[in-house]
Ligand binder design. Sequence first.
Ligand code: NAD
Ligand code: TDX
Length: 335
Amino acid sequence: MKLLITGGAGFIGSNFVHYILKKYPDYQVVNLDLLTYAGNLENLKEIENNPNYKFVKGDIADAKLMNELIADCDVIVHFAAESHVDRSILASEEFIRTNVIGTHTLLEAARNNGNKRFHHVSTDEVFGSLGATDPAFNEATPYDPRSPYSASKASSDHLVRAYFHTYGLPITISNCSNNYGPYHFPEKLFPLFITNLIEDKKVPLYGDGMNVRDWLYVEDHCSAIDAIIHKGRIGETYCVGGNAEKTNKEITYKILELMGKDESSIEFVKDRPGHDKRYAIDFSKIKNELGWEPSVNFEEGLQKTIEWYKNNEAWWKDIKSGEYANYYEKQYNNR
Ligand code: NAD
Ligand code: TDX
């Protein structure tokens, strides 16, 4: 099988490239990535010389290149996206260009090349925000995106569904909850807080810290996508979750404890505008149909993640001192 993986130099995409080459040594993987601020070939150093792996630098919105690459693959697994909610609040144009127009370009190329199998990696944020006692999101939950990021992802999901209904494109979609683990860009909660604490800095907790997310260790997301591309029903959406709903405050205290710090390291800062209160996922469909469930519990995943950041200081120090420093300053001045 020859996979075209888009966004394979990002957080989840690079974990997925490692996962696939390890589990299916005879598969061929082409990783197409634009190497935006979030793409990093350091994530793939260990496998860059694997004869079954090839990297192509390019833009998913480049129709000519997408046609060439898709002509020569069996399955497209589409991760590439602008992925950070706070950045979408600062400036959303790139989110529309990549997440909407880029996904549309890929769908067209898949359709023009004999209706190639297309898996679209999406998020639970498309479903909006839950109250404390609302039932968890499932595949039938109406879309209600509330940030420019989630609106652009919802838009891409709609296009993917439309290509199934209109053109019979063999698609599947996964809507997953928050991931954490190795190679997570340090603008996001887990890697920002862990690396700040290693550097003896404070951690910026938004608002009252009572917003709730469901957390999944990234390798479990990879195994869910693996199950869907091999056994998933065409045209279907699968919700993927970690059974680990936590407030940001709970997570912060857990990280502080595991890193030998106390609450004096917390800095409560201005809330994110339109901050979604709670996400939760009911993953019974993928569990019942495909036999998938998370294998790493939260405590174990968090320990592994903290260890990874402690052992890979060069990786995140490079990032934190680069372009990211400008972004962080802009964010900080915004508060
Ligand atoms: P990321 O920001 O770490 O990586 C995105 C990758 O896409 C980067 O390597 C970047 O260079 C590449 N990219 C961006 N624009 C591109 C373009 N125009 N053409 C080609 N490549 C481009 O993101 P992530 O956290 O790994 O998320 C991957 C996917 O999973 C996204 O679609 C995201 O919406 C979805 N998702 C993420 C989470 C999460 O918790 N991180 C949860 C659910 C779903
Ligand atoms: O400095 C921070 N302080 C803080 O309190 C940051 C960066 C975040 N937060 C809060 C905001 C959220 O409630 O922590 C929570 C998690 O924030 P992020 O790590 O930015 O993730 P989130 O906004 O939930 O979105 C993530 O999960 C779903 C990914 O970035 C998305 O790509 C994915 O779709």
